[in-house]
Design a protein. Structure first.
Length: 158
């Protein structure tokens, strides 16, 4: 078996000596977080997806949300101190983040954006997030994830 190819997220975790477990699964194209959790055996309530929104100012914001939940855009705008907020279009995910849909993570995006992690992540010893490519999930401590993503915890779901 060949050596595992590291993603930006894994390199950043390694550099910061943050422990994580890499879980891989067979998948060639985008599937939603619920199907990913099913494939990896990760608990749904401890699995999080990464969504990117743009504020009225034009600035981008990253929201790490439980996979079965949606961002409340009014609460997200308030969290980010913006007048309003809207999700970016799917076609803009790669140009904005450097990651592909279904493989987007808050760690190691091509530019640094404010990151907000749904506060419920703190209720778990380990959370599951994308490793930065389709077919790879990271299992790690939510506080370590927040440190690596330079994110803060907030409540912004519907």
């Amino acid at each position: 078996m060949g050596k595992e190819v590291k993603t930006n997220a894994m390199r950043i975790l390694d550099k910061n000596k943050i422990a994580y477990e890499l879980i891989t699964y067979e998948c060639d194209e985008f599937i939603d977080g619920l199907h990913t959790a099913e494939l990896t055996g990760a608990p749904v309530d401890a699995s999080f997806k990464t969504l990117v929104a743009q504020g009225k100012s034009g600035a981008y914001y990253v929201f790490v949300v439980p996979i079965a939940e949606e961002v409340d855009l009014k609460r997200a705008a308030k969290t980010a101190k913006e007048k309003s907020m809207e999700m970016i279009h799917v076609k803009d995910i790669t140009p904005v983040t450097g990651y592909v849909r279904g493989g987007c993570t808050a760690i190691g995006m091509k530019k640094k954006f404010p990151v907000f992690i749904q506060e419920s992540a703190q209720n778990f010893e380990q959370i599951y997030v994308s490793a930065g490519r389709i077919g790879a999930t990271l299992k790690l401590n939510p506080m370590d994830f927040a440190r690596a993503a330079q994110g803060e915890f907030a409540d912004f779901i519907q």
